[in-house]
Design a protein around this ligand. Structure first.
Ligand SMILES: Nc1ncnc2c1ncn2[C@@H]1O[C@H](COP(=O)(O)OP(=O)(O)OP(=O)(O)O)[C@@H](O)[C@H]1O
Length: 125
C-alpha cells in the first residue's frame, strides 16, 4: 500500500535535505548568488548606518523571504522542466506566476530598503 511505502525520515535527515537544497541553490542558481551578494552588502550597510532593532527585523525578513522566494521559484522551474520540455500554456503560467511572486517580494524589499537607508544616505551627503 502507498502509505506503507512512504519513507519516514528523522528530523536530522530532514534538516540535512534542507541544507543540501540551500547548497544546491547557492552553487547552481545565478539569481540566488546575486541575492546573497546583495544581502551581504545590505547587512554591511546596516552595521555602517547602525540601524535599529526593528529595522534589522525588517531587513532579516526581507533577505530571508527574498532568498526563500527565489528558491521556491527555482523548485517550480525544475518541477515544470521535469514534467515537460514541450511548450505548454500551463507550464508558462506556472513559471510566470512563480517569477511574478519573486518580483512582488523584490519590490516590497526594495521599498523597505529605501525607507530604511534613503534618509540616512541623504543625511550623509
Ligand atoms: N515548457 C514551457 N512551456 C511554455 N512556456 C515556457 C516553458 N518553459 C519556459 N517557458 C517560458 O519561458 C520563460 C523562461 O523560462 P526558463 O525556464 O528559462 O525560466 P527563467 O525565468 O529564464 O529561469 P531563470 O530563473 O533560471 O533565469 C518562462 O518564464 C515561461 O514564460
Amino acid at each position: 500500500m502507498a502509505a506503507d511505502k512512504k519513507r519516514k525520515h528523522t528530523l536530522a535527515s530532514s534538516f540535512k535535505f534542507g541544507f543540501e537544497g540551500i547548497a544546491a541553490a547557492a552553487v547552481k542558481e545565478r539569481n540566488v548568488k546575486i541575492h546573497i551578494a546583495i544581502s551581504v552588502f545590505v547587512i554591511l550597510s546596516g552595521f555602517v548606518f547602525s540601524i535599529s532593532k526593528y529595522e534589522w527585523i525588517a531587513i532579516i525578513l526581507s533577505i530571508g523571504g527574498m532568498i526563500s522566494m527565489e528558491m521556491m521559484n527555482t523548485a517550480i522551474e525544475r518541477t515544470v522542466d521535469m514534467y515537460t520540455k514541450e511548450y505548454h500554456p500551463l507550464a508558462k503560467q506556472a513559471k510566470d506566476i512563480a517569477a511574478g511572486a519573486v518580483l512582488v517580494f523584490a519590490i516590497s524589499s526594495v521599498i523597505i530598503g529605501f525607507i530604511i537607508f534613503l534618509p540616512r544616505l541623504l543625511a550623509w551627503f
